[in-house]
Design a protein around this ligand. Structure first.
Ligand code: ZN
Length: 140
């Protein structure tokens, strides 16, 4: 699995945002870590791809971060500790930091996924409790 980021491109940025693209997420061909390009401060979001029969070449766990995997294309076998279960496009899997995990593509087409890594127990509020509705002029 390479970590080439040629497909990940920053498009533009303002004082409070960055906009980038990996192109069609269903055509991603290599691993992309987005945190550095995006300037993300509270998460690492990566795009990953496994070709038919290919598995992540190691099992791993984390010291303090949980991970959420979102399967975009293909089918896979997901292993956490000693549990093995099938995943496919649309599947979501959250793995606690201490969960020992790996993933294998078992479909005839590529398995593509997004992995969101965040510090466990770090979210104190979200959406309706963190969001603040403000008056602002729409530009569209
Ligand atoms: Zn990980």
């Amino acid at each position: 699995m390479s970590t080439n980021s040629e497909q990940l491109k920053e498009l533009h940025a303002g004082s409070h945002y960055k906009h980038a693209t990996v192109g069609n997420p269903n055509e991603v061909t290599t691993k992309h870590f987005t945190r550095d390009v995006m300037g993300i401060t509270g998460a690492e979001i990566s795009f990953g791809v496994l070709e038919p029969g290919q598995a992540v070449p190691f099992f791993h766990k984390h010291q303090q971060n949980e991970e959420i995997y979102i399967i975009l294309t293909g089918k896979g076998s997901f292993q956490v500790d000693n549990d093995l279960f099938p995943v496919e496009a649309g599947s979501l899997v959250r793995v606690s930091a201490e969960g020992i995990r790996s993933l294998k593509c078992i479909s005839e087409d590529s398995l593509r996924y997004i992995c969101i890594q965040v510090k466990a127990d770090s979210l104190e509020q979200c959406t309706m409790t963190d969001g603040v509705i403000v008056e602002h002029k729409a530009l569209w």
